[in-house]
Design a protein around this ligand. Structure first.
Ligand code: SF4
Ligand code: SF4
Length: 378
């Protein structure tokens, strides 16, 4: 395993994301303990020491399961634990960051968290945490007490917001951003990476393979592009990971692993990685794949949601179009089916009233398009 140094500590280049763990009977709360334990032990034996979870992952069972595994196998001193304060639902009278942190320590069966992150900051969440919950002082107190070792945040908003949040708190020690070769110009993006580097804030990366989309299973057009650049033998996962490992701005690259096979593959890729490893051919190949994906025609829904409030059947029209577009882009409808079934199980209820068509500024023939979506995803 390769490592980078963070405040005098060696941190593995590959981090284990604990958000897509194997489950039993498709129930996200029933984490398959035996499989996860095998995966975690293999990862630790092969040098992975950064484990990333969060309050809501697997409805709390990610933290609980990892806590049990650490306890049973005496791993606490061998691993660094990152977890996150849930930042949705702050309007609710039940929202209580202090109580949440105590629960997390209990679930993880530990007396300290190595990296405590504010989860997925976007919009005015950080302002609310500061102004309504006095979070800055609370985090400083917990750090002084040794219960939090390092304070950070994960992020899903614009570059401008990223800069604003980073500049707003002197105690930030790391940030976690979404980054891969398709997403290097959205959210924090390359500009955010450069800004964090300049400020001396290390970054961890989430979604290096875009939730699995950059694996491109059975996608002849992608294989053709790779072959054209002399990369026919390189796996799509390796190309995506290498793109991220190449960047000097990143400390650790997180991968949400679901099988032992993925753990083994990702460790092998990390072992070969180095900063500046992308050859001109690899760079040209990722650029061509990016352009190819951007050029794929899709339903031109902007996600404005003008169509949904008046739908008598409460159909989640933009969500349905989004699942369809993503499936088409990555030639992988199967990867969309779980989310589609969860959010769009009622498309057949459309009564073709035409309300949505009148509301849509893009003049989409929504009832007809919904039929196309159903034919593709059902
Ligand atoms: S046409 Fe179908 S999707 Fe559109 S508002 Fe009517 S029921 Fe809803
Ligand atoms: S109104 Fe049209 S563009 Fe807006 S979310 Fe609905 S379908 Fe998409």
């Amino acid at each position: 395993m390769q490592y980078r140094t963070f405040f005098g500590q060696e941190i593995s280049r590959l981090g284990f994301g604990l958000m897509r763990l194997p489950v039993i009977d498709g129930d996200q709360s029933k984490v398959d303990y035996a499989k996860v334990e095998e995966m975690v032990l293999y990862a630790v034996e092969h040098g992975v020491n950064y484990f990333d979870t969060a309050f809501p992952y697997h409805n709390g069972y990610s933290e609980i399961t990892f806590g049990e595994i650490m306890k049973k196998n005496n791993l606490r001193d061998k691993v660094l634990v990152a977890t996150k304060l849930f930042t949705l639902g702050m309007d609710s009278p039940d929202y209580n960051p202090k109580k949440m942190f105590e629960t997390q320590l209990e679930r993880l069966q530990t007396d300290h968290i190595d990296f405590y992150l504010m989860h997925g900051l976007h919009g005015d969440q950080w302002d609310t945490l500061v102004n309504k919950f006095d979070i800055k002082n609370y985090l400083k107190e917990q750090k002084a007490a040794g219960r939090i070792r390092h304070i950070g945040f994960s992020f899903h908003d614009s570059y401008e917001k990223f800069v604003e949040i980073l500049n707003d708190f002197d105690e930030w020690e790391l940030a976690q951003i979404q980054y891969n070769y398709l997403d290097n110009e959205i959210q924090a993006g390359d500009a955010g990476v450069a800004f964090a580097l300049e400020k001396g804030i290390p970054l961890t990366v989430m979604e290096p393979v875009k939730g699995g989309n950059l694996i491109f299973p059975n996608y002849p057009a992608i294989e053709e592009i790779k072959a054209k650049h002399g990369l026919a033998d390189m796996s799509n996962a390796e190309l995506a990971f290498d793109y991220v490992y190449d960047n000097p701005g990143f400390m650790t690259v997180l991968s949400g692993m679901s099988t032992l096979e993925q753990v083994k593959d990702n460790i092998a890729i990390a072992d070969k990685s180095s900063i500046g490893m992308m050859t001109p051919e690899m760079k040209a190949c990722t650029e061509e794949i990016k352009a190819f994906i951007a050029g794929i025609e899709n339903i031109p829904c902007t996600g404005c949601r003008y169509c949904t409030p008046g739908c008598p059947m409460k159909i989640q029209i933009p969500a349905a179009f989004n699942f369809y577009n993503t499936g088409k882009k990555f030639n992988n409808p199967d990867a969309q089916k779980r989310g589609y079934e969860r959010e769009c199980g009622n498309l057949a209820d459309c009564v073709e009233c035409g309300q949505c068509v009148k509301a849509c500024p893009q003049h989409l023939n929504i009832p007809e398009l919904l039929k196309e979506v159903r034919a593709y995803l059902e």
